[in-house]
Design a protein around this ligand. Structure first.
Ligand SMILES: NC(=O)c1ccc[n+]([C@@H]2O[C@H](COP(=O)([O-])OP(=O)(O)OC[C@H]3O[C@@H](n4cnc5c(N)ncnc54)[C@H](OP(=O)(O)O)[C@@H]3O)[C@@H](O)[C@H]2O)c1
Length: 287
């Protein structure tokens, strides 16, 4: 099987590497050519100078870029994937993007003789580097069945949620759940500090009970130590929350706490925290 991978960022670079290491013929494209060159040397694959060139012989084309407009550019743009699409090729978009975009791409790609699935990721840089991502998929079951064994090279769980767009909607649920939770954790830690409690003892006790969460276990210490130069960047979270808020507006869903936390993240950006980890919400409470 010939594969193509477009977008060798923090996530895409190791993911494409897992595919090459599994023995697939992989051709990559990256806007900044030097990264594609480095990748091709490291993984013994090939690279092309446009998305079109990278994908014209591919059975499956993976994209993992920044936002909706970036995906449009690499798929529908003048040098985009769609202009060289093989009949029956499958396009898998790993970018966190809108469900409206997923439906738009599905229409264009079907008209060009291919199939589309949206497959946003969870698990962060560490998950991509260890091949342990969680993938939420929207699309037809027959297409999912063809693609999931390939994605399993970098995923620990790959779940078909429903039709096209539902992978993105599941990712929105994920981000909505995280937003309120991180703010709650920030307030709990702030409160414990003001009470001058032994925070380690508090976390040891409550992380075994109903308040337990991944964020609590993995972030409490760096939050109280004021360390945020790592992890999932606030600017990416803002993009994801804006997508969820637009969708909520479209379907008249009430996600007021998410809207509030999005405003709090704007404050973190305004104090220079665009690249801080999302746990930096506590900074607002402890300037
Ligand atoms: N990082 C995480 O922890 C994480 C977790 C879950 C989901 N995600 C999502 O996964 C996606 C990728 O994230 P990332 O962390 O890998 O981002 P990243 O490190 O910033 O990489 C973005 C990649 O997209 C390329 N790109 C951006 N705009 C482009 C355009 N208009 N045309 C062509 N290429 C373009 C960049 O090329 P250049 O090299 O030329 O800049 C780069 O290869 C995002 O949607 C993000 O929200 C990220």
């Amino acid at each position: 099987m010939n594969l193509s991978f477009i977008g060798l960022g923090v996530m895409g670079y190791p993911m494409a590497g897992f595919l090459a290491s599994a023995g697939y013929q992989v051709t990559v494209f990256n806007r900044t050519e030097s990264k594609a060159k480095k990748w091709s040397q490291e993984f013994n694959g090939s690279y092309a100078l446009t998305p079109l060139e990278a994908s014209k012989n591919a059975d499956i084309i993976f994209t993992c870029v920044g936002n909706d407009d970036d995906v449009r550019q690499v798929i529908l743009g003048p040098d985009g994937v769609i202009h060289g699409l093989k009949n029956d090729a499958i396009v898998v978009d790993h970018t966190t993007a809108s469900s409206v975009l997923a439906e738009e791409l599905d229409n264009h790609i079907s008209d060009a003789g291919g199939s589309f699935i949206d497959a946003p990721l969870s698990g962060g840089q560490a998950g991509a580097e260890s091949g342990q991502l969680t993938i939420m998929v929207g699309g037809e079951e027959a297409i999912f069945t063809k693609v999931s064994p390939v994605m399993n090279n970098y995923a620990k769980a790959c779940t078909l949620i429903g039709g096209v767009g539902s992978g993105q909607k599941a990712k929105m649920v994920n981000q909505i759940c995280i937003a309120g939770l991180v703010q709650g954790l920030a307030e709990g830690l702030h409160f414990a500090k003001r009470e001058k409690l032994n925070i380690e003892a508090v976390i040891n006790a409550i992380s075994k009970g109903a308040a337990q969460s991944w964020q609590m276990e993995n972030r409490w210490q760096t939050m109280i130590e004021d360390e945020f130069e790592f992890g999932f960047a606030v600017e990416w979270m803002r993009k994801d929350l804006e997508i969820a808020l637009d969708e909520a507006n479209r379907i008249a869903a009430n996600i007021k706490v998410t809207a509030l936390v999005n405003e709090y993240y704007k404050e973190i950006e305004s104090i220079g925290g665009k690249r801080f980890d999302t746990s930096s919400l506590i900074k607002r409470l402890e300037p």
